[in-house]
Write a protein that binds this ligand. Structure first.
Ligand code: F0G
Length: 392
């Protein structure tokens, strides 16, 4: 087994390692074959040729032009990359297809992940597809019902730990140092991010250009780093000349990176008890914080924090003005965009993409907490009465 597939953290600083591609010549983008999806970019995803790909047709998600929200913000072009349309309902599937493919190729019996929910749902489905064992460690009582239901449905072994995601992640890191039976597939495993970087490739393919700004919700900070890596590879491979600015959005109650950014610090002060309605990004100690700060700095972007109220308003706007049902964490970029336009970080005439990372059904309780007129009718005729009242 090549040691690079099983070395995750730098032995000196304990921070996640990266996978680096070397481009000896320009990538012929026009010659990239196949239909939309993660594996269309196989030539840029460094898994061994002999590996059998474990796939559920992930990726190839739509890049949807805003019809109303962008106009209301006075924007020329706002686009929403709807990652909720992946097989298990979140962008995690892009990384999981690569991670599980590798785990199986390397001969592991199973995989393990800590999760705020989506990673566990995705891991459970892909492990099932590969006939592998799946162990998920979750912060007890803090995982949205849709996600937990998926992990149960796909037959994962679930360990609920008292504490936050950060405690769950500590357990997985420590267990991975002890045992070689289960391949850890959190984003400290840089191979998983090789799948997630395809978000950048797809945006370029779909838009036919590089956007000016990309706005991403940030939890453990793997995804923003992966998307930035994808764009940079397109540049290093001679496909594009310009790069977008990367903007991260955290929830106020779980915003260690936004705090470090606004204070101009290059150290991270973890949030001990993170809290937010956006449970997907309820993370106080993002393991990829160095990569994320680098992405934002190099690209000329920023990291901001938004309140739970702003997140809920953005969720409602996407649902009611665009028809897009996204989970709270995935609405955070729109909430952040409002701030970034106000502070003139992003200009109204700049082509901007927000990454809507997960589907609304992931968190049915929060979806149902929005107000809608609900009437009760004791009989069909009473229902007809109500309808009459509504249309008259
Ligand atoms: N959006 C959603 C819907 C997520 O589930 C996550 C992370 C993020 C954004 C943030 O991505 O961690 O790469 O910065 N969810 C992880 C999980 C932590 O366990 O499902 P990140």
């Amino acid at each position: 087994m090549h040691p690079s597939y099983t070395s995750f953290l730098c032995p000196h600083c304990r921070l996640p390692l990266s996978v680096e591609l070397t481009f000896h010549r320009n990538v012929d983008w026009e010659a990239i074959p196949g239909s939309p999806g993660v594996w269309r970019y196989r030539s840029l995803i460094p898994v061994p040729d002999k590996a059998e790909i474990i796939s559920l047709n992930e990726g190839g998600t739509p890049l949807i032009r805003s019809r109303k929200v962008g106009d209301d913000l006075g924007m020329k072009e706002l686009l929403i990359k709807f990652e909720g349309l992946n097989p298990t309902g979140s962008f995690k599937d892009r990384g999981m297809t690569v991670g599980v493919t590798l785990a199986r190729y390397l001969g592991f019996k199973g995989i393990m992940v800590a999760s705020t929910g989506n990673t566990s749902a995705s891991a459970a489905a892909y492990a099932a597809r590969a006939s592998m064992k799946c162990v998920v460690v979750l912060p007890k009582g803090k995982v949205a019902r849709g996600k937990l239901s998926q992990a149960i449905l796909h037959g994962a072994v679930i360990i609920e730990v008292e504490g936050s995601f950060d405690d769950a992640l500590k357990a997985v890191i420590n267990a991975s140092l002890e045992s070689r039976e289960l391949y850890p597939l959190n984003s400290f495993n840089p191979w998983r991010l090789e799948g997630q970087k395809t978000i950048a490739y797809e945006i370029y393919d779909q838009l036919g250009r590089v956007p000016d700004a990309v706005v991403v919700p940030v939890g453990n900070a793997g995804n923003i780093s992966a998307i930035w890596k994808g764009f940079k590879e397109l540049k290093e491979g001679g496909v594009i000349d310009a790069l977008p600015r990367m903007y991260g959005v955290q929830a106020e109650g779980a915003a260690p990176l936004a705090k470090a950014w606004s204070a101009g610090e290059s150290t991270l002060t973890p949030v001990e008890s993170p809290e937010t309605i956006a449970t997907a990004i309820r993370i106080g100690k993002p393991i990829n914080w160095v990569k994320a700060l680098k992405a934002v700095k190099e690209s000329g972007g920023a990291i901001v924090a938004v309140s739970d109220n702003e997140i809920l308003n953005a969720q409602s706007a996407l649902a009611r003005f665009e028809g897009l049902g996204v989970e709270p964490a995935s609405a955070a970029p729109l909430a952040g965009l409002r701030e970034l336009l106000k502070s003139r970080e992003i200009d109204r005439d700049e082509v901007t993409v927000i990454i809507a990372t997960g589907h609304a059904l992931k968190d049915p309780e929060t979806a149902a907490s929005h107000e809608s007129p609900i009437f009760s009718a004791k009989s069909p005729s009473e229902a007809v009465e109500i309808i009459r009242g509504l249309v008259s």
